[in-house]
Design a protein around this ligand. Structure first.
Ligand code: UTP
Length: 296
């Protein structure tokens, strides 16, 4: 029986270059999908999965992220004075309980693996979750909850995976599959961003992980990989001899908000998933598509 997963690490120190100039001043994670910043969806998913400690790995200029999850006394008292109860609830619901939010700084963007390593002292020697807010998942059961439930059965490292088109393998960490059982694929190896003809499978890691703390010891070696960065996938690969590694084919649909097209897709998908907007959105989408087809 594995220890309970109570801590989630949110690596949010990246530069967000694909969204410049929007990300010149605003952190990428604070750009909203519909009415809430992308990072809020990630935190809500973690809370729904029973996470109690929220560790943000941030960089200079990203203070807005921590502020978003803290009290805003001026706004709250203004809304209360005006009896804007529903709006006040929206604001206070985003506040994390005292002591639950922890910030660590990554002074240089040395890679995702390095960002996770920065959280070592706070996480300690227990299994923990990693959530990349860029990957948004629409599902009946929160994606992280699915992973935590699977982790309770098999232990070790359990990461969310999905099949991607072969031509896209060079954008993901890819599993070299050993055995498969239901939604779980046991891996005998991992490769970071392999060329399509070199990829051992098309099963790709997306931005949800439940990890054994042994990964910190591997990250501590500061070995660089693809792109000269300290890669989380490489550290996980090196720890395979010590702990089992499973990919979990989660139920749900993932949207890659780190790319411009994926971000637009997420806005449309989350809009259509909202009953208060769906009926008004559908004819708008139909009209836009018809107009675009006519003009192309
Ligand atoms: P990305 O590869 O999407 O990089 O990082 P990025 O900087 O956020 O965005 P682009 O590619 O420049 O547009 C994946 C995740 O890892 C975090 C990012 O914040 C993002 O959540 N990350 C990446 C760090 O926290 N530190 C790093 O050094 C690198």
């Amino acid at each position: 029986m594995s220890a309970r997963v109570r801590t989630a690490v949110f690596p949010v120190a990246g530069l967000g270059t694909r969204f410049l100039p929007a990300t010149k001043v605003i952190p990428k994670e604070m750009i909203p999908v519909i009415d809430r910043p992308v990072v809020q969806y990630a935190v809500e998913e973690a809370r729904a999965a029973g996470i109690e400690r929220f560790v943000f790995v941030t960089a200079d200029g990203k203070e807005a992220i921590a502020n978003h999850f803290s009290h805003h006394p001026v706004l709250e008292s203004l809304l209360a004075e005006k009896n804007k109860t529903a709006e006040l609830k929206l604001v206070t619901d985003t506040t994390l309980p005292s002591g639950a939010l922890q910030i660590v700084k990554q002074h240089e963007p040395l890679g995702l693996g390095h960002a996770v390593w920065c959280a070592w002292k706070i996480v300690g020697d227990e299994p923990f979750a990693v959530i990349l807010p860029d990957d948004m998942v629409l599902s009946d059961t929160p994606c992280l909850k699915q992973l935590i439930d699977a982790h309770a059965k098999v232990g070790g490292h359990v990461v969310a995976v999905e099949n991607v088109p072969r031509e896209a393998t060079n954008r993901y960490g890819i599993l070299d599959i050993d055995t498969e059982q239901g939604r779980l694929s046991k891996a005998k190896g991992l490769v970071e961003k392999p060329a399509p003809d070199q990829a051992p499978s098309t099963l790709a890691i997306i931005g949800r992980y439940v990890l054994d703390p042994i990964v910190f010891k591997e990250l501590d070696k500061r070995t660089t990989g693809a792109g000269g960065e300290i890669q989380l996938t490489d550290a996980l690969n090196r720890s395979l001899a010590s702990v089992p590694f499973h990919g979990y084919r989660f139920e749900g649909k993932r949207y890659d908000c780190g790319s411009r097209v994926g971000f637009l897709e997420a806005n449309i998908a989350f809009g259509l998933a909202d009953a208060s907007m769906k009926a008004r959105l559908l004819p708008i989408i139909d009209r836009l598509v018809a107009d675009a087809r006519k003009s192309s």
